[in-house]
Structure formats: C-alpha cells, structure tokens
Design a protein. Structure first.
Length: 62
C-alpha cells in the first residue's frame, strides 16, 4: 500500500511538471517565440518529451 502511494505521488509530480512545461510552451508560442530551451531534472519528463516529438519536428533534445 505504501509503494502504491509513493508511485502515485511521483506520477503526480511528473504530470504537474509536464503541464507546467506545456503551459510555458503554449505561452511562448503565442508570443511568437520559437527557439526555446527547457531545463528539467526529471528523467521521466525527458523520456516523456522524447516520446512525444515526431520525426518531422524541428525540435532537438540534448
């Protein structure tokens, strides 16, 4: 039961960080900015971003 609570808590943190990044990107795109650097210390977030970028995208992940 404790393990499930920890897993749910960690997933919640990742989800909120991804929503924060999405909100920021949406705002910057609205402002006309297209060269953006995102920094995160969450490997799960990096993996999520890598999976979501299509082969046709101009985005680069470092």
């Amino acid at each position: 039961e404790t393990g499930l609570w920890v897993l749910n808590t960690l997933w919640g943190c990742v989800r909120f960080e991804l929503w924060g990044i999405l909100d920021g990107l949406t705002f910057l795109q609205y402002r006309g900015l297209n060269r953006i650097l995102i920094q995160t210390d969450s490997l799960e977030v990096v993996h999520g971003l890598q999976r979501s970028i299509s082969a046709n995208s101009d985005s680069v992940l470092v």
